[in-house]
Design a binder for this molecule. Structure first.
Ligand SMILES: Nc1nc2c(ncn2[C@@H]2O[C@H](COP(=O)(O)OP(=O)(O)O)[C@@H](O)[C@H]2O)c(=O)[nH]1
Ligand SMILES: [Mg+2]
Length: 422
């Protein structure tokens, strides 16, 4: 756990929080039929919501035939149970919602274990005082330590056993942390990861950039992981674009480790695109949080960053001119854009392309006639400048390879390559 991580949750308006909650719910592909701010001046200990609010909620559930209600609050186990009983739908509170998202997004084995651990801890906390168990006790023989109590104890022991098992596994996974780097080498093209706060516009950007690509549909991994897609840059270079779990304001402490672990996949990215909601009042504080966490995660110094000042369409004049001057003087490639209306996205793709070109080198290779796979790879992943067959039957290829591709190439074909010079 890293309680030292600072997430900016200062002075968030109810509307901003609602917007964030909606964006979180969308991240797990929920259909949102109604979203509203509900002031709760005097929280009801049994249900959080007051009587009138319960009735209104019930009516809305009926009208929309809703199956799930999300309350962006921390519910006590008793409140959750009561709400589920009375509204006859599944209820998720903020912690539950975030756990669902992390569960869906955990890409590494460490990520999955951290999420499972957070989930078990959450369940255990629910178990102790949960309504079901109070009921069971009452339904028992009427004295403490009866069958109800035994049941709780049994459940708790079972969860504790699982927690201990997960913790052990985690220790061994962390020891072999480098394992997930293998995934990186398996990705057919360099990985470009979108990171940033929830609601910054990562998924909107991801969809826009990948939508027009017919190629993505045919790919096996597209169906395996909907947040990883291949796209082609202006220079012809193919990359894998990855949409990641967003930063969340006010993250429950219990979830910090799980959050970091789900972000581990960005460690293996070749380029990180930091998407910022530059029209947001807390934009600067959010940026600092993101960079701090990425540094703590151990993102390599060598990883190239690109910053996207998103939501240009929603900026006021002051924000626009601040963004423009930032673009002009920023030490890293910075693009003013709108994922919503498409402004600046060509520039963004060009910036990504430039990064790879800047890292690219020219190589000459000699390939034996039977090494057709090597030649195919070079055509697929690099830019072949010249290809000649010598008197000796060997083929000589001059090729432009990005730094990232060169690394992959060497790993894959080192045994077959005669000469590689830069
Ligand atoms: N005005 C405006 N809204 C945007 C832009 N990009 C995204 N949004 C909105 O911001 C909200 C969050 O977007 P989403 O892509 O889900 O953000 P994510 O949490 O970073 O993946 C959605 O309501 C989007 O429609 C933009 O460029 N301009
Ligand atoms: Mg998203």
């Amino acid at each position: 756990m890293h309680p030292d991580i600072r997430f900016s949750f200062a002075a968030r308006s109810p509307e901003a929080r609602l917007e964030e909650a909606v964006s979180l719910a969308r991240a797990i592909e929920l259909d949102i039929c109604h979203a509203a701010v509900q002031p709760v001046p005097r929280p009801n200990p049994a249900t959080l919501l007051g009587g009138g609010q319960m009735d209104a909620c019930h009516a809305l559930i009926k009208v929309h035939e809703a199956e799930l209600v999300i309350l962006d609050a921390i519910l006590t186990p008793v409140q959750q149970r009561n709400l589920e009983q009375r509204l006859k739908v599944k209820i998720l509170d903020r912690t539950g919602l975030i756990l669902e998202i992390f569960g869906a997004r955990a890409a590494t084995s460490e990520g999955r274990l951290q999420v499972e651990l957070a989930n078990l801890t959450y369940q255990k906390s629910r178990l102790v005082r949960s309504w079901t168990h109070l009921e069971r006790q009452r339904g028992g023989l009427g004295f403490i330590g009866g069958p109800g109590e035994t049941q709780i104890e049994a459940d708790r022991r079972m969860i504790q056993t699982r927690i201990t098992r997960v913790q052990k596994k985690l220790q061994s996974v962390v020891r072999t942390r480098s394992l997930h780097r293998k995934a990186r080498q398996q990705a057919p093209w360099p990985v470009v990861a979108l990171v940033g706060y929830t609601n910054a516009g990562k998924s909107t950007l991801f969809n826009r950039l990948t939508q027009s690509e017919v190629m993505a549909k045919d790919m096996l991994f597209a169906t395996l992981d909907p947040t990883l897609r291949a796209i082609k840059l202006p220079g012809g270079q193919k990359i894998m674009l990855s949409d990641t779990v967003g930063f969340v304001s006010d993250l429950p402490t219990m979830l910090v480790a799980a959050f970091r672990a789900t972000l581990e996949e960005v460690l293996s990215a070749d380029v990180i695109i930091h998407v910022r909601d530059a029209a947001h009042a807390d934009s600067e504080a959010q940026r600092d949080d993101v960079l701090q966490v990425l540094t703590e995660l151990g993102v390599s110094e060598k990883t190239q960053f690109i910053e996207v000042l998103n939501k240009a369409d929603a900026m006021n004049e002051a924000q626009l001119s601040a963004s423009r001057s930032r673009v002009a003087r920023a030490p890293i490639p910075t693009v003013l854009a709108s994922a919503l209306d498409g402004t600046g996205l060509d520039g963004l793709l060009q910036a990504v392309s430039d990064v790879f070109e800047a890292q690219a080198g020219r190589f000459r290779l000699s390939i034996k006639p039977e090494q057709g796979d090597v030649l195919n790879y070079l055509h697929e992943h690099g830019q072949v400048l010249a290809h000649n067959v010598g008197d000796d039957g060997k083929q000589y290829v001059d090729v432009l390879l990005s730094q990232a591709t060169k690394g992959r190439f060497k790993k894959r074909f080192s045994n077959k390559i005669r000469r590689i010079t830069s």
